[in-house]
Design a protein around this ligand. Structure first.
Ligand SMILES: *[C@@H]1O[C@H](CO)[C@@H](O)[C@H](O)[C@H]1NC(C)=O
Ligand SMILES: *[C@@H]1O[C@H](CO)[C@@H](O)[C@H](O)[C@H]1NC(C)=O
Ligand SMILES: *[C@@H]1O[C@H](CO)[C@@H](O)[C@H](O)[C@H]1NC(C)=O
Ligand SMILES: *[C@@H]1O[C@H](CO)[C@@H](O)[C@H](O)[C@H]1NC(C)=O
Ligand SMILES: *[C@@H]1O[C@H](CO)[C@@H](O)[C@H](O)[C@H]1NC(C)=O
Ligand SMILES: *[C@@H]1O[C@H](CO)[C@@H](O)[C@H](O)[C@H]1NC(C)=O
Ligand SMILES: *[C@@H]1O[C@H](CO)[C@@H](O)[C@H](O)[C@H]1NC(C)=O
Ligand SMILES: *[C@@H]1O[C@H](CO)[C@@H](O)[C@H](O)[C@H]1NC(C)=O
Ligand SMILES: *[C@@H]1O[C@H](CO)[C@@H](O)[C@H](O)[C@H]1NC(C)=O
Length: 892
């Protein structure tokens, strides 16, 4: 809506007598009045309203103060004589403290006034925080115009941002916030942008009203139509009651009515966009004529010829407002008619109208914790960057040095912070650790001093931490080291196993210690895979240099070369050629499985059976990466992990040779494909085996290995029905071509994939725990992870339901014929449900799981040894029950 401030003058002259004097010091509660670019004085008082407009200096760091040319001053009140223009930066934002949850009228005013002497009208965008509010197109030097919004901020601040779209320098003259009553202007959803606000007068008038006539400082324009005439009363409307909308008495006491008694009263407007625009209209009525006994006034309202509301009989000297609960939409033009009802003796009247269009501000602000942390970091290091408005949103204007994760309309999260070469001085700020989703942190090449703080290890998703070229000193927190996985050296394309000085206690799996007294490479989590298009994969070097003069524990610059050499000393078990593979598999005669990574063939090396996994050539990875990955895996030895015997790589064809597991995978045994039903004890034993395998990956390996794809088909059984985990360390490295895998994400199988992963986008050892919990539930129930073709029910939901509604006997696989110890069943269900807890923190660690499973097994063994319940039926007689036997991997 365009407002002509010349009208201020008319208003001042004509309406002076009505104006109440308001002293600057008693500003109405909640009013915020900002005069942009006002520098000479801290504030200026508007004569008409008595409102005090304060300088914008405390609300924004950028922009330059300007003033409109003197020729245009007479047309505008003094609080609009200055403005702030933004020749620099694509986005400049005001940050204004408000009360969250309060409904505000927010008004931004623009008076160009040829402030730059160019007489060239700019065009730019106005954003409310992260959302587009409107496009500002200046069309006149002298007359200002404004944009109004009715909006409920969800935070204790709002950002009003000006966006340079390349059509001239953005500027702004004033920002006003006026609290409204929250029961007024209620929408189904969305905020309201003012289209028109009319004081219907029924005669020619130039009078405009706002504060103090309107307690909410809404601006009412006079409105009249041909064929209308005026009615009015000198009495006060709503002298006693103050309703939601509180239309001003001075506005309500004039009304229009048709000259022709029987004609309808009509008004209309054109839709901006018939398909997308939605409107709310608020029609205010008050009877201004004292009706005689034989008189009546009532009318119906129609919209585009259809009944909309009524009959309406406006109450005398009291305002009432008609509006709709849902927006009106879908029309090119909105025609309202007020039609006199049959028994009405008087024609309809109309006192005031407001029309608003709906604005949906869908993009969320960045998560509050992240915003608070960034604001503190900004002030701690006195950052001079253009860090304004919301840190992440909108995406196109996220703060320099930040990367965020966006998930639909949910609040963005900060995942990467690059403060490299930013002149940071002092210690590493604890506020950084509040950016809990951080995966990448680069503080290199600054003047940071002090120690490497412990709190960095709280960043559980951190993949890369770069502290190079600072003056940091002291030891590296042990937890940070414990979290480290491996370092990938770009220069040589090889993996470096973390090694350390005296205070570093980190050893890779297997042998191969790479200690070097005065060098240290501490990676955080680093992986090498090239995963579809997900490039989580970065190298990490936390290069720490102690001050040279500190002799006792001097760290030199990292000597990556020597580390790599030592890492390479790890001898590869065996690289096979294609013809060797052909021999081993007897020309790929017998297929024993098809997994996510390719086809598995049976083979023999001498007298030892092996499984040869041929990896689909779709994998994009190079030999060096493949080799370094394989080298690492070949050093992993545990009785509950399938042993990698060797590998094959020729012309982008890859193969892995594993020990052969005679009894196939757990899934076949649970699903009943096999005739034998695993009894309870065997099930617990298998669960134990798998848990111990996982425990070794998580805790026994330095760096730890996250399996990423724990599921029954990856739990293999040997001739003694001992279980071993397969496929660890692969999912992240090899893209999969199987339908059972998610095609767009890192790895994992539906049903087993940690739901938390969707939020964090980063798999942790707790994600393995979740998958393991699902496997446990399958072992207990004999049911698949996801059941039902239509209403897919996850096994955890089913068990939860059964726990709430039934008893344990109905949860445990009925094929066991209740042949199990109830206590152990309760316990193992409890463990499984804890593992699948949606909250990461509630999930046990794998060591806790192992300890609990041990107890379950002991309970069950006590029962079978006592022999009260006899031998389970259909059990596998040959099962090796010796818990303490260390099974030596078949092939090496
Ligand atoms: C806005 O609120 C924040 C946090 O309460 C406070 O630190 C800041 O000084 C306030 N800004 C202004 C301009 O009052
Ligand atoms: C600008 O607006 C004023 C007031 O409405 C009007 O008198 C003037 O002619 C307009 N100027 C231009 C260039 O349109
Ligand atoms: C208005 O605010 C009051 C108190 O602040 C609250 O109880 C009420 O639910 C709000 N009503 C609406 C429609 O938001
Ligand atoms: C209607 O408007 C005319 C012209 O402005 C004015 O002279 C007259 O007094 C008004 N009538 C009433 C009833 O307000
Ligand atoms: C109307 O809005 C729709 C949906 O936003 C858009 O696709 C269309 O281009 C708009 N039409 C016009 C004439 O602006
Ligand atoms: C007009 O008629 C309606 C229904 O016929 C009635 O409810 C209403 O009171 C009448 N109005 C007057 C002013 O008599
Ligand atoms: C006005 O609306 C009422 C209620 O829907 C209806 O009964 C009546 O016929 C309408 N009168 C006219 C003149 O449309
Ligand atoms: C390492 O190589 C990757 C891929 O070529 C590249 O994206 C990354 O920036 C490199 N890292 C460093 C520190 O050079
Ligand atoms: C590392 O791998 C890249 C891409 O595969 C290759 O271009 C580069 O030459 C390799 N570097 C070394 C030192 O092998």
């Amino acid at each position: 809506m365009v407002m002509r401030f010349k009208h201020f003058i008319f208003a001042l002259l004509a309406g002076l007598a009505l104006i109440l004097a308001v002293h600057a010091q008693d500003q109405p509660a909640g009013f915020i009045s900002i005069a942009c670019g006002l520098l000479a004085n801290p504030s200026v008082t508007d004569e008409h309203t008595g409102l005090n407009y304060i300088s914008d200096a405390t609300f924004i760091d950028t922009g330059t103060s300007q003033s409109i040319s003197s020729g245009f001053r007479g047309d505008n009140p003094p609080f609009l004589w200055n403005l702030r223009s933004f020749p620099q930066g694509n986005r400049n934002c005001y940050s204004i403290n408000v009360t969250a949850g309060t409904k505000y009228l927010i008004r931004a005013t623009f008076v160009y006034g040829n402030y730059d002497g160019k007489d060239n009208f700019p065009q730019f965008d106005l954003h409310l925080g992260q959302n587009m509010w409107d496009t500002i197109q200046v069309e006149n030097s002298s007359s200002g115009f404004n944009k109004e919004l009715i909006h409920v901020p969800s935070r204790n601040y709002i950002h009003v941002c000006l966006i340079d779209t390349g059509f001239g320098t953005p500027f702004i003259s004033a920002i006003e916030l006026r609290p409204l009553i929250n029961t007024s202007y209620v929408t189904k959803s969305g905020s309201l942008a003012l289209v028109d606000r009319w004081d219907v007068v029924g005669s020619k008038s130039d009078l405009r009203y706002w504060y103090p006539d309107d307690v909410h400082d809404r601006r009412w324009d006079p409105y009249n139509e041909v064929g209308w005439t005026n009615l009015s009363t000198p009495l006060i409307i709503d002298s006693q009651i103050h309703k939601d909308y509180q239309p001003p008495s001075i506005v309500m006491r004039t009304a229009a009515t048709p000259v022709d008694d029987s004609a309808p009263l009509e008004f209309n407007w054109d839709s901006d966009n018939a398909t997308s625009s939605e409107y709310y209209v608020y029609i205010h009525f008050a009877e201004v004529v004292k009706l005689k006994a034989n008189q009546s006034r009532s009318f119906n309202i129609t919209l585009n010829g259809k009944y909309w509301d009524g009959p309406i009989a406006p109450p005398y000297l009291s305002s009432s407002t008609v509006s709709s609960t849902s927006p009106i939409s879908g029309e090119a033009k909105y025609d309202f008619s007020f039609i006199k009802t049959q028994n009405s003796t008087l024609p309809p009247i109309l006192n005031a109208i407001e029309i608003y269009s709906v604005k949906y501000f869908l993009q969320s602000e960045t998560e509050q914790g992240d915003v608070d942390a960034m604001e503190k970091i900004k002030s701690t290091y006195a950052m001079k960057r253009n860090w304004q408005g919301d840190p992440c949103a909108p995406k196109a204007y996220s703060w320099e040095g930040l990367n965020c994760s966006y998930n639909g309309y949910s609040p963005p999260r900060i995942t990467s912070l690059n403060l490299s070469s930013s002149g940071l001085i002092g210690q590493i700020s604890a506020d950084i650790s509040k950016l809990v989703m951080l995966q990448y942190l680069d503080l290199s090449n600054n003047s940071l001093t002090g120690s490497v703080p412990d709190f960095l290890s709280q960043l559980r998703y951190l993949i890369v931490l770069n502290l190079e070229r600072n003056q940091l000193s002291g030891p590296i927190p042990a937890e940070l080291i414990a979290r480290s996985l491996r370092v990938f050296d770009n220069a040589t394309n090889s993996t470096i196993i973390p090694s350390g000085g005296d205070n570093i206690n980190s050893k890779p799996c297997g042998s191969g210690s790479c200690k070097k007294k005065d060098s240290i490479v501490v990676p955080i989590v680093v992986s090498l895979g090239v995963l579809l298009n997900v490039a989580l994969i970065v190298i990490a070097t936390l290069l720490l240099r102690r001050k040279r003069q500190d002799k006792t524990k001097a760290f030199a610059m990292v000597d990556t070369k020597s580390n790599i050499q030592k890492a390479s000393l790890e001898s590869i078990q065996r690289q096979f050629t294609y013809s060797e593979l052909r021999n081993i598999t007897n020309n790929f005669e017998r297929i024993v499985g098809k997994g996510g990574f390719g086809t598995v063939y049976h083979g023999n090396i001498g007298n030892t059976q092996v499984a040869v996994k041929m990896i689909s050539p779709s994998s994009t990875q190079g030999f060096q990466q493949f080799q370094s990955e394989v080298k690492l895996l070949m050093r992993v030895h545990h009785k509950n992990l399938t042993t990698l015997v060797g590998y094959y790589y020729e012309e982008n064809n890859m193969g892995l040779i594993y020990e052969y597991m005679v009894n196939g995978d757990l899934k076949a045994h649970l699903s009943g494909e096999n005739a034998n039903i695993l009894n309870w004890e065997h099930r617990l034993q298998i669960a134990m085996d798998a848990a111990q395998g996982l425990e070794y990956l998580h805790n026994g390996c330095k760096p730890p290995i996250i399996h990423r794809d724990v599921k029954p088909t990856n739990i293999l059984l040997n001739e003694n029905f001992h279980a071993k985990l397969a496929d660890f360390g692969l999912s992240k490295t090899f893209p999969t071509d199987s339908g059972t895998h998610m095609s767009t994400v890192v790895a994992g199988t539906p049903g087993y994939l940690d739901p938390e992963y969707y939020i964090s986008n980063w798999l942790t050892s707790r994600s393995d725990i979740y998958s393991f919990g699902v496997v446990l539930l399958e072992i207990i129930t004999g049911r698949p992870a996801i059941e039902g073709s239509h209403e897919k029910t996850h096994i955890s939901q089913w068990v939860r339901f059964m726990l709430d509604n039934g008893d344990i006997k109905n949860i445990v696989d009925t094929r066991l014929c209740r042949n199990f110890s109830i206590n152990s069943a309760w316990k193992v269900v409890e463990i499984a449900m804890a593992c699948v807890s949606p909250t990461l923190a509630e999930r046990p660690t794998i060591s806790q799981v192992v300890a609990e499973l041990k107890e379950c097994l002991a309970i069950e063994l006590a029962r079978t040894v006592e022999g009260h319940e006899g031998k389970p039926t259909n059990s596998i007689e040959s099962m090796d029950m010796d818990l303490t036997t260390e099974v030596i991997p078949l092939a090496r």
